[in-house]
Design a protein around this ligand. Structure first.
Ligand code: SF4
Ligand code: SF4
Length: 298
């Protein structure tokens, strides 16, 4: 016996690559046949690899940008330490200053902002140590990085390694460590979404700074979207958004709305199926536009 169940899938989950690609191809074919293009659809970005590599990029950067000088770097450390010390010394006089309490609180805020800025400077210097940019000597970089980061309660070596991976795989959702890798086993493939329940909506055109002004300022060239229109194209795949379709289609009328409070498993539910009367026909699951339900054996 199987019964219907409203499921919750983790945000950003994706299916096994082979299945997803096959499903995407099938759906792309089905969708694109009758409507090959949508009005206003922007050109897809180029997918070809660039014709230059890291060596070519390094060759056009001035050589002095790669010069590392231990003494120059140490001067920045000493300057920051002196500034942090001056802030601390000044702050040690706040309580005995005789100023009204409100003024003392204000001075503590000023202290926090100033000292925080200079300590961030120290953190950034330690960050450069992690990139081996503080000194040409690896042992100097790692020693200084360990001292500075430890003083700021940052584990230097583990951060150095994970941050190095972040730069190595920058913007890769698969390998960059700043992203939580999606759980492919929990994915909703394109083939599982009832596309006929959704109206086709043209993508919001990308915005760019005009080519003529790009050479005159350092403003971002790729501009953000202006409003939330693009969000309307989201299928909410795998996530119940309370459209009531299952409730309407159930021939037994046994799906009811519920308050979203957690059940015994800690999962909150917006709908409840009266399992005593569910005949397991699966119509609710078939009709759910975004694959938010599944049949489970009972
Ligand atoms: S049909 Fe609608 S209400 Fe029912 S599970 Fe799917 S998304 Fe949720
Ligand atoms: S449509 Fe109704 S009877 Fe059929 S499986 Fe879903 S809940 Fe059960």
């Amino acid at each position: 016996m199987t019964n219907a169940k409203v499921t919750k899938r983790p945000e950003g989950s994706s299916e096994s690559l082979e299945h997803e690609e096959a499903a995407a191809m099938k759906v792309a074919t089905a969708v694109n046949k009758p409507q090959a293009s949508v009005a206003g659809q922007p050109k897809p970005p180029p997918t070809a690899h660039p014709t230059f590599g890291m060596r070519e990029i390094r060759e056009v950067i001035p050589k002095e940008c790669f010069e590392r000088n231990t003494w120059t770097s140490m001067q920045y450390v000493l300057a920051d330490l002196a500034l942090v010390g001056m802030c601390g010394y000044a702050a040690s006089h706040i309580e005995g200053s005789g100023l009204p309490l409100v003024a003392q609180w204000g001075l503590w805020v000023v202290y926090g902002i100033c000292a925080g800025n200079f300590m961030t400077g120290l953190w950034v210097i330690a960050h450069e140590c992690g990139h081996q940019a503080f000194s040409p000597h690896r042992w100097v970089n790692n020693t200084m990085g360990t001292i500075l980061h430890s003083a700021l309660l940052v584990p230097y070596h583990s951060w150095r390694v994970s941050h190095g991976n972040h730069h190595k795989y920058c913007c890769s959702i698969e390998d960059d460590e700043v992203f939580v890798r999606p759980d492919r086993a929990q994915a909703v493939g394109a083939a599982e979404i009832r596309l006929d329940h959704f109206a086709r909506v043209a993508p919001t055109p990308r915005r760019h700074q005009p080519a003529a002004s790009r050479t005159r300022n350092f403003a971002e060239v790729n501009l953000a979207l202006e409003d939330s229109e693009e969000a309307k194209r989201c299928f909410s795949c795998g996530h119940c958004n309370q459209c009531d379709t299952c409730l309407v289609y159930c021939p037994e009328g046994i799906i009811g709305r519920q308050r979203p409070k957690p059940d015994a498993t800690g999962e909150s539910r917006n709908y409840a199926v009266d399992l005593a009367y569910c005949k397991g026909c699966g119509i609710c699951v078939t009709e759910c536009p975004r694959s938010g339900m599944e049949m489970v054996p009972t």
